[in-house]
Design a protein around this ligand. Structure first.
Ligand code: BEZ
Length: 281
């Protein structure tokens, strides 16, 4: 999990939970703790992807974009040797604190090299933050043994489209930026991602693009929390008051569309894939 604009996240934290600047913990520590406290659903959903990974005792597995390590730990229960990699030192600090027996290391998923070759690379809810998928796929290719597998799930085409549309409409209306240029995410189709994998030499065995409505907190809080946790890139350079007003406006627009029986569900769409590096190239 990546948080790409720390100052905005911190600002928004002040805004949403009304903490004073003095009360605030370090921004980064907040992000890692917040991830565990309020975004635990990310790891919960990721457990299902482990059924596609089918880790086995003695295998070596890399968890790419491991966040605070919950799924790295879950995979390790199989007896596989797992290490977690993430670009955020603060997420890693939290991961090491929770799971001191596991190995975690810091690297960008778009430019990493590994000391060893792995039987599998697993990645949950991280690749949509990496805007250069070819680089990711290339790094994974080099990290895998021949015959190794790449098991991923991340946002697929149309992911959170209702929220993104409202966010960009509101910013375009109130500012002179072109909001879509600030979109930090990559949400491909099965065809687009399969092509990238196949161009690199992978064999795609399974692909699944599905709706996974994701329950948010009640009322305006759910959408506002989501925007504050994930939407920082969009709000760069604007004042607290502006951001607060726009988040409320976005919430008013999307809530009726995302409301089912009084509960707000974000319109998540996932892309799940299983690909193999052939034994013989
Ligand atoms: C996702 O998990 O689909 C996601 C998370 C944060 C921002 C955008 C998408």
């Amino acid at each position: 999990m990546y948080f790409s604009n720390k100052s905005i996240c911190a600002t928004m934290y002040t805004l949403t939970v009304k903490a004073t600047v003095e009360q605030m913990k370090s921004i980064n520590q907040w992000q890692a703790e917040e991830y565990d406290n309020q975004l635990a659903f990310v790891s919960e959903y990721g457990k299902d992807l482990i059924s596609w990974l089918r880790p086995a005792e003695g295998e070596s597995i890399l968890d790419l974009g491991c966040g605070t390590g919950d799924l790295t730990h879950e995979i390790s229960r199989s007896g596989a040797e797992v290490s977690g990699m993430d670009a955020s030192p603060d997420m890693l600090q939290q991961a090491r604190r929770k799971f001191p027996e596991l190995k975690f290391w810091e690297a960008d998923g778009q430019q990493f090299e590994t000391e060893q070759l792995y039987d599998a690379v697993y990645s949950n809810a991280a690749l949509h933050w990496m805007r250069n998928p070819r680089k990711v796929v290339d790094c994974v290719w080099h990290a895998l043994k021949p015959g190794g597998r790449f098991v991923v799930e991340f946002g697929g085409q149309g992911n959170v489209q209702i929220i993104v549309q409202a966010l960009e409409d509101v910013l375009n209306r109130h500012t002179n930026i072109n909001a879509s240029e600030r979109n930090p995410w990559y949400f491909p189709t099965i065809g687009q991602y399969s092509s990238i994998l196949e161009e690199r030499g992978f064999v795609v065995r399974q692909a699944y693009h599905y709706d996974r409505p994701t329950k948010l907190a009640d009322g305006d809080r759910g959408i506002i929390d989501w925007l504050t946790h994930f939407g920082g890139d969009y709000f760069r350079g604007f004042s607290l008051e502006q951001i607060e007003e726009w988040c409320m406006e976005i919430s008013q627009i999307v809530s009726p569309k995302l409301n089912k029986n009084g509960v707000i569900y974000a319109d998540y769409k996932r892309l799940r894939m299983l690909a193999f590096k052939p034994k013989v190239e």
